[in-house]
Design a protein around this ligand. Structure first.
Ligand code: CP
Ligand code: NVA
Length: 272
């Protein structure tokens, strides 16, 4: 029996930035659930430039059943949400990337089971949107999260405050030795979308923070390596690691589709 829980429902995909995985998985996910996705690039809609963010929201809510938006400013997502009576899904902002973390944790559960309490997740690299969302997942699931960054590239202060308020300890350090014994080792690009002008400074600042085979040797024997992709071999990640046996990055990418289908069903079916 074919199950089409989102038959006749539409999702708008708004992109201020480039995407392979997010664009494809939300679109294919909607199709597989019986719904429909429409992709709107920022050259078309000009979020906040051609038209106020609040007016974009007021229009979209009249036609579609949900919006997935990839934006620079987290505040733009909030403005969309405040002005539309339909679900607004964060498909990455400068601050957070929660849809990615859902897939990451599905992958972690596939490897370690569903009792995540105390599982050591070590994120190394830039204290960016991925690092911030890792901290939120630590708060939600009870994993033991460590974030290893160069000085000056620590995670968002407000997100760290979320952990304090939740009574959850997050370890922040500049010391590479914190990787030792990790169950999950995670890294991301050193230069996120929008930071291209800082590329040289960042490459210098992050030298030494590459995930190498030697570093991987120090994690737990059954430990895994994750990366949200796209990856830059020779910068944040050595080719032998991402293409090696402890890397589960392709399962992780596949899971974007599965877990987002669950998210879409939960959000759109219940709101329709
Ligand atoms: N990981 C991720 O979000 O990939 P895209 O930027 O290709 O969507
Ligand atoms: N931190 C990266 C993630 C890309 C999926 C960026 O924001 O560009």
């Amino acid at each position: 029996r074919e199950v089409k829980p989102l038959a006749r429902l539409s999702l708008a995909l708004v992109f201020e930035k480039a995407s392979l995985r997010t664009r494809t998985t939300f679109d294919v996910g909607m199709y597989q659930l019986g719904g429909h996705a429409i992709t709107l690039s920022n050259t078309e809609i000009g979020l906040g430039t051609r038209e106020r963010v609040s007016d974009v929201a007021r229009n979209l809510e009249r036609w579609v059943d949900g919006v997935m938006a990839r934006v620079y400013l987290q505040g733009n997502l909030q403005e969309l949400a405040e002005n539309a009576g339909i679900p607004i899904i964060n498909g990455l902002s400068d601050m957070l990337h929660p849809a990615q973390l859902l897939a990451d944790y599905q992958t972690i559960e596939e490897e370690f089971g569903t009792n995540l309490k105390g599982l050591r997740v070590v994120y190394i690299g830039d204290g960016n949107n991925l690092a911030n969302s890792h901290i939120h997942m630590g708060i939600l699931t009870g994993t033991d999260v460590t974030v290893v960054t160069p000085v000056g590239y620590e995670p968002n202060a407000g997100v760290l405050m979320d952990a304090v308020k939740a009574g959850v300890t997050v370890t922040l350090t500049n010391d590479l030795a914190a990787v030792e014994g990790a169950d999950v080792l995670y890294t991301d690009v050193w230069i996120s979308m929008g930071q291209e002008a800082e590329a040289d400074i960042r490459r210098r600042a992050f030298r030494g923070y590459q995930v190498t085979p030697e570093m991987l040797d120090t994690i737990a024997p059954d430990g895994i390596f994750l990366h949200c992709l796209p990856a830059y071999r020779g910068l944040e990640i050595a080719a032998d690691v991402i293409d090696g046996p402890q890397s589960v990055v392709w399962d992780e990418a596949e899971n974007r589709l599965h877990v987002q289908k669950a998210l879409l069903t939960f959000l759109l079916r219940s709101s329709s």
